[in-house]
Design a protein around this ligand. Sequence first.
Ligand SMILES: Nc1ncnc2c1ncn2[C@@H]1O[C@H](COP(=O)(O)OP(=O)(O)OP(=O)(O)O)[C@@H](O)[C@H]1O
Ligand SMILES: [Mg+2]
Length: 294
Amino acid sequence: MKRYRDIAGDGGSNIAGQVEAQQGRLRQRLETVRAVVAVVSGKGGVGKSALTANLACCFALDGWKVGVLDADLNGPTQAKVLGVRGRRLVLADGGVEPPRTELGVKVMSMDLLLPDDAAPLTWDAPVQDEAHTWRGAMEANAVREFLADTNWGALDALLLDLPPGIDRLATVASLVPTLAGIVVVTIPSEVSHLVVRKSITVAAHTKAPVLGLVENMAGLFHGPDASRLAADAGIPFLGSVPFDPALAVAADRGEAFMATTPWCESARALRRIADGIRAALSSRGATGLSPRGA
Ligand SMILES: Nc1ncnc2c1ncn2[C@@H]1O[C@H](COP(=O)(O)OP(=O)(O)OP(=O)(O)O)[C@@H](O)[C@H]1O
Ligand SMILES: [Mg+2]
C-alpha cells in the first residue's frame, strides 16, 4: 500500500487545482445567497434536521427564498422531512436543479442521489479498507460539490443541516468562509450538554457568529437548564421547543408543520426562534435582511 510520504506531489492528478476550481465555483454560487446558516449540535438525534426543516418553512412562509442543504451524507433525512423524496434531479444551466417543496424551499440531499432506500453511501477507494482513511476528505468534497453545483439561485437564506460529530462544523466553516451564523441545538440532558459545550467551543473558533442555542424536546426529560448553558458559554439563548409527537409525525409525512398547525405550542416556539434568528442576522448587518415585520 502506498503511504502519504511515497506520493510525490499529488501523483499527477492535479487534485489541488480541481479543488481550487470547485472552491471558485462555490464562491460564485454563494454570491447570490444572502445568509448561509449552519445548524449544528455535535450530539446526534437532538432534532437538528427537524429544526432546520421547520426554520426553513418559517422563513419561506415569511416570503423569504430559502434553500436547505442536507450536509448529512450518511444519514440524509431532509428530502423525507421536507417531502421531496424520489424527485428526479434535472441538470440545467451548468448545475443541478434542486427540487422545491410546496412552500418553495429548495432542497439538496444525498438521499436524492442514492439509488434505493437501503443503499448506504460508500466511497470509492482503490481498496475498501482504505476508504475510511479518506472519508473526511471525500465528505468535504461532496459537501463542496453540493454547494457549488446546485442551482440555488438568489436566496435569502441557505440552511445547512449538519451531521452529528463536533468536527463537522470546522469542515463546513472552512468550505464557506462567508458563513453568516451558527445555530446550536441541544436537548435537556447532561449527556447532550456535555457534547454541545464542546461544539460551542468549536463554533467560537470559526469566524462565523454563533446566533444562539436552541433547546429541543423540552419537557421530555428533567435535564439541566439550557439558558444557563448558553449564558455560561456567552451565547444567546434562542428558546425551547417542547417535545411534541405531532412534530415528529409531520416530519415522517414530509408535511410542513409550520403551515398545517401554526397555532400549536411547539410551532409557536419554532416561530419565536425563527424570528430571533432573523433579528440576529439583520442586526449583524451582514446580509441586508430585516427582522420580521420590520
Ligand atoms: N421537538 C420535538 N418533538 C418530538 N419529536 C421531535 C422533536 N424534534 C425532533 N423530533 C423527532 O426526533 C427524531 C430525531 O430528530 P432529527 O432527525 O431531527 O435529529 P438529528 O439531530 O437531526 O439527528 P442526527 O444526529 O441523526 O442527524 C425525529 O424523528 C424527529 O422528527
Ligand atoms: Mg439530522
